[in-house]
Design a protein around this ligand. Structure first.
Ligand SMILES: NC(=O)c1ccc[n+]([C@@H]2O[C@H](COP(=O)([O-])OP(=O)(O)OC[C@H]3O[C@@H](n4cnc5c(N)ncnc54)[C@H](O)[C@@H]3O)[C@@H](O)[C@H]2O)c1
Ligand SMILES: [Zn+2]
Length: 347
């Protein structure tokens, strides 16, 4: 193994699996499939980049290609997968390979969780976000017209294969969006992720390893979201409001970035942490090329959007905030006026 390669073991409620991080590992997929019948599910962008080569490496299995985009993360897309899985003759001993970003991982993962009451799943995340976030933790699912991720399951993979080489083709905007989640993991539990030296493409393997480890540690301690896993929502209450109020003109990762900044400023305003926390978050976002301003979205509309957050029981506000670096805390009942003041300050 090259020095940045790593195998991260993950304990789940019913077993364990390994997240393998290694340059070129996508070419060794056959070792993980182990002679079982396999079907690759990917999208139209990733198929020509990596899907066809993977199919050839497996001696020519079925390759299912969905259109690219969150709007295709639907039950209709998954229904299409079921038909193709039947046509490919995938039986209970077969394996679904989810090759792509989080949209493919969630949709294909949901198909694997439900087809024949569940078949084996190999996650091969190809976006930075999918590597550090969506492929870890076992949540799979699709969107409904009424909201994101409203149908889903917990489905642990047999293994996750992360090949940092595929990040070379990732569009810069998607790199920045994944970086927002890695910065979140840095703020939650690993200060080295906040070091600019690590956030460069040539250190990607190490960045991914550290960011994955943060999520692994949290989901191992709280696999079904009973408590600590809520910390992973740092910045996300604000991010979801920004996405919603902007009519999804903001990408999720961009909204998460500025959401982290709102959380840091709110934490400081409430006296939970010093001013060095929002200062560093602002510097990191700017240097990563992520927005540091809310950009004219009305503060009142953002507050109203937060009210629909499913984590706000009976309309009482609930935020993940920071008592300092790597010290997340859930705070309930923060006054509207405090939140509005922070949002106004970032307009
Ligand atoms: N299951 C979970 O726990 C969890 C956690 C976080 C996010 N998610 C979900 O993940 C999704 C977002 O994932 P995402 O940010 O990866 O979006 P995505 O899957 O849409 O991928 C982003 C873009 O990058 C392209 N792409 C991916 N890998 C590439 C590569 N190596 N080279 C070139 N292009 C590549 C994709 O085709 C797409 O256009 C959302 O649906 C979100 O709900 C799930
Ligand atoms: Zn996120």
């Amino acid at each position: 193994m090259a020095h940045a390669d790593a195998d991260i073991p993950v304990k789940t409620p019913d077993g364990s699996y390994t997240i393998h991080i290694a340059a070129g590992i996508r070419q060794h997929i056959a070792d993980k499939v182990g002679g079982r019948r396999a079907v690759i599910i990917t999208n139209e962008t990733v198929a020509p980049l990596y899907g066809e080569a993977m199919r050839d490496a497996l001696g020519g299995c079925a390759l299912i290609t969905m259109p690219d985009g969150e709007r295709y993360k639907t039950l209709a897309t998954v229904a299409g997968f079921y038909g193709e899985l039947v046509r490919a003759g995938l039986d209970r001993s077969g394996v679904v390979i989810a090759l792509g970003g989080g949209v493919v991982g969630d949709s294909a993962g949901f198909a694997a969780a439900t087809y024949l009451r569940g078949v084996r799943l190999l996650q091969v995340p190809t976006s930075l976000l999918a590597m550090v976030d969506s492929s870890v933790g076992g949540k799979v699912g699709v969107d409904l017209p009424g909201g994101k991720n409203l149908v889903g399951a917990f489905k642990q993979p047999d293994a996750v294969l992360i090949d940092p080489e595929v990040l070379t083709t990732l569009p810069p905007k998607e790199w920045r969006c994944g970086m927002a989640e890695a910065i979140k993991h840095g703020l939650l539990a690993d200060h080295s992720l906040l070091d600019p030296a690590l956030r460069t493409p040539d250190r990607a393997a190490e960045l991914v390893r550290r960011a994955v480890q943060v999520k692994v540690d949290v989901v191992q301690r709280d696999p079904f979201e009973a408590g600590e896993r809520a910390h992973l929502n740092l910045g996300h209450t604000f991010a979801h409001a920004i996405e919603q109020v902007s009519g999804y003109a903001w990408a999720h990762g961009e909204a998460v970035g500025v959401g982290l900044l709102v959380a840091a400023h709110l934490s400081h305003r409430l006296g939970l942490c010093g001013e060095e926390v929002p200062a560093l978050v602002g510097d990191i976002l700017a240097e990563t090329g992520l927005p540091t301003r809310i950009g004219g979205l009305p503060s009142g509309a953002l507050w109203a959007a937060m009210h629909t957050d499913k984590k706000w029981a009976a309309g009482v506000s609930r935020f993940v905030l920071l008592r300092g670096f790597q010290q997340p805390v859930v705070v309930e009942g923060v006054a509207e006026s405090e939140v509005l003041a922070v949002l106004e300050g970032l307009q």
